[in-house]
Ligand binder design. Structure first.
Ligand code: AMP
Ligand code: MG
Length: 406
């Protein structure tokens, strides 16, 4: 049976890069950038005043003790943010507002709180230490025109949107959002909104998997429910394979008599890459590749297994296809001892805390078998406990994966 590392490697090796498309910046948050963003102009584009006050020339400010007028300058004009640059006349000052360009010939700002205006003259507080260049954010001091600001592979964040908008860009090249089908299999499943009988169960994996994919930015995800009937399964999966590039099934991959998924996928020429991983939960997972390179993930139906396998393998594959730059692995220290005897990797759901030393602490949350999805609501992710170890003392460093954040 494959190890978790070998399974992830096999999944990533089966992925091909998704195409690039051009979209409006307004819809780009969360998408993966496929171009370099370079600065349109110097930043700031001019010497930017950072205080409301007066602007003048330090050379007009007479430092000799015996000059009684050293603190008083006649106001020549007012210049606000967005106003054209005024040329300062010698011996004067200009009333200036935050965000305005520094007037020509000026090199000094005194904040409005440190002046008094009487009869068109600004008198500077005698205690105030006037300094050349203070409260001026110099042109190009953040970056120069043409500077490399964002790299392909960046997952576009709200902060990147500021950078992109500041470059005057309205459209971006990003990785296409793949067409994904989430498919729930099982005769026992009844969707919310439908009447239900005692022997049936609510279909919860489908909506949860669609939501998990959505929280990672995958929006073109549709759900289908197929009963455990070979002919129906074959026809519906044939159609999904024609229409979508990624199939995420849940249920029907174990050893039960109604577990038809692997045989039907084989009939549809989906090449099996692996079946079963030495892990808990999620051991029965099946993975294969369709004739057009479609990725087919058949996850176990148990809700905890389905969610862990989706987070661990499906989302990793979609990120790989988008060529998103990889974040370094995250670690957390176990908050309590964990004992896990089977010779399997354990994906242990955890609630996260931080301690006063600034460490991330993972509190194991017990799930009552892999069907207990309700316990997962209290968790932030899961930690990976190595296959060849059975005792994991409190304080052990573990690899952490958060459900939502990468
Ligand atoms: P299976 O892998 O099909 O044998 O299913 C394992 C268990 O998970 C069974 O108890 C199923 O009823 C349950 N299950 C399968 N699919 C879903 C689903 N979409 N939502 C909730 N539970 C499911
Ligand atoms: Mg089933």
């Amino acid at each position: 049976m494959l190890t978790t590392a070998a399974a992830l490697e096999a999944v990533l090796a089966a992925v091909s890069s998704s195409p690039t498309e051009t979209i409006d910046v307004a819809t780009a948050t969360g998408r993966v950038l496929r171009q370099v963003i370079r600065a349109e102009r110097d930043q700031p584009p001019f010497d930017r005043v950072t205080m409301d006050g007066i602007a003048f020339s330090f050379s007009d400010y007479d430092l000799s003790e015996d000059n009684k007028n050293r603190y008083t300058l006649p106001i020549q004009a007012m210049q606000a943010a967005g106003d054209k640059v005024v040329t300062l006349e010698s011996g004067h000052c200009i009333e200036i507002m935050t965000g305005a360009a520094l007037p020509e010939n000026a090199d000094c700002i005194v904040p409005v709180e440190r002046i008094t205006v009487v009869d068109g003259n600004a008198k500077i507080d005698s205690e105030y230490e006037v300094k050349k260049g203070r409260f001026v954010h110099p042109r190009g001091s953040d970056y120069a025109k043409g500077a490399h600001l964002l790299t392909a592979g960046k997952v576009i964040s709200p902060l990147d949107i500021a950078v992109i908008a500041s470059c005057g860009i309205t459209e971006l090249e990003v990785a296409t959002d793949p067409l994904v089908r989430v498919i729930s299999t099982g005769n026992e499943l009844v969707a919310a909104g439908q009447p239900i009988e005692a022997h049936q169960i609510r279909l919860s994996n489908g909506p949860a998997l669609v939501s998990l994919l959505g929280s990672h930015g995958y929006r073109r995800v549709e759900h289908d429910h197929i009963v455990d009937d070979v002919d129906t399964l074959r026809e519906r999966l044939r159609q999904h394979l024609q229409e979508a590039s990624v199939l995420v099934l849940s249920g029907g991959v174990s050893m039960g008599k109604a577990d038809y998924v692997p045989e039907v996928l084989a009939e549809l020429d989906v090449e099996v890459i692996f079946h079963k991983i030495s892990q808990r939960p999620g051991k029965p997972m099946w993975f294969g590749k369709g004739p057009r390179g479609q990725l087919v993930f058949a996850l176990p139906g148990n809700p905890v297994s389905a969610l862990v396998c989706c987070r661990q393998y499906v989302i990793s594959a979609l990120k790989e296809a988008s060529a998103a730059s990889k974040n370094p692995p995250q670690f957390a220290a176990l908050a309590s001892d964990v004992s896990f005897k089977p010779s399997l990797t354990c994906f242990q759901p955890v609630k996260l805390f931080s301690n006063a030393a600034g460490q991330t602490i993972a509190m194991p949350v017990k799930t009552n078998t892999s069907g207990d999805f309700a316990s997962l609501s209290a968790t932030d992710g899961y930690v990976e406990l190595a296959k060849d170890q059975t005792e994991f003392p409190a304080g052990s460093a573990t690899v952490l994966r958060r459900w939502i954040v990468d």
